[in-house]
Write a protein that binds this ligand. Structure first.
Ligand code: ZN
Length: 198
């Protein structure tokens, strides 16, 4: 086309989810023709985000520090540990305003066909965390998808020997549903009505 740099930008934009060649081209044109200043800010924001945001050493959610604000907080109930698949789930639960415990982010779900086993999503590390004698209840809040359920089941089996109560959020989260798309009210009900599984 008219510029290698333009092509380069279009290709770079295609890494975004659900962005095909046409949308990427439309975005690139929009940035260059109508939003030059906004595009500069976007570039700067991206650079800052990538440079400063990383995983929390304890819960693996995102933070600019070594340990995130939730892990550092003394206001949060450390006897309660909510296990989720991604930082997006932490955000969804926090936005529902109905949870005051701590979190553990797996960073995915079990998917043997893709080579993602317990080690890849840090299950041994989580089990280790559960042996600290502080956590009394684990709320398994993996997605209500097939993989999320399989991960919940695995976690249940792997921590069976520990003297910890386990609950699973279920009610209200539709079958096949991903937490981040569930509205705050439903999510808060789902947490409240969690089911005892151990
Ligand atoms: Zn943390």
């Amino acid at each position: 086309m008219f510029s290698d740099k333009f092509e380069h930008l279009v290709n770079a934009l295609r890494i975004l989810p659900s962005v095909g060649p046409k949308s990427a081209q439309r975005m690139a044109l929009h940035l260059i023709m109508k939003q030059r200043e906004g595009a500069q800010q976007l570039a700067q924001a991206l650079e800052n985000a990538i440079g400063y945001i990383h995983e929390c050493q304890i819960c693996h959610s995102l933070t600019e520090d070594d340990v995130c604000e939730i892990c550092r907080s003394h206001e949060r109930d450390e006897r309660l540990l909510c296990v989720v698949e991604s930082p997006a789930d932490v955000m969804a639960i926090e936005q529902s305003g109905s949870y005051k415990g701590k979190y553990h982010v797996l960073g995915g779900h079990l998917s043997p066909l893709d080579g993602i086993g317990p080690n890849e999503i840090g299950i041994p590390e989580l089990i280790q965390r559960l042996t600290n004698g502080v956590v009394q209840e684990v709320i398994i809040a993996t997605n209500a998808t097939v993989e999320g359920q399989a991960t919940a089941h695995y976690l249940f089996e792997a921590s069976k020997h520990l003297p910890i109560s386990m609950t699973r959020i279920a009610q209200g989260v539709p079958q096949g549903g991903e937490l981040e798309y569930v509205d705050s009210h439903t999510l808060s009900q789902a947490l409240h009505n969690r089911m005892q599984i151990k």
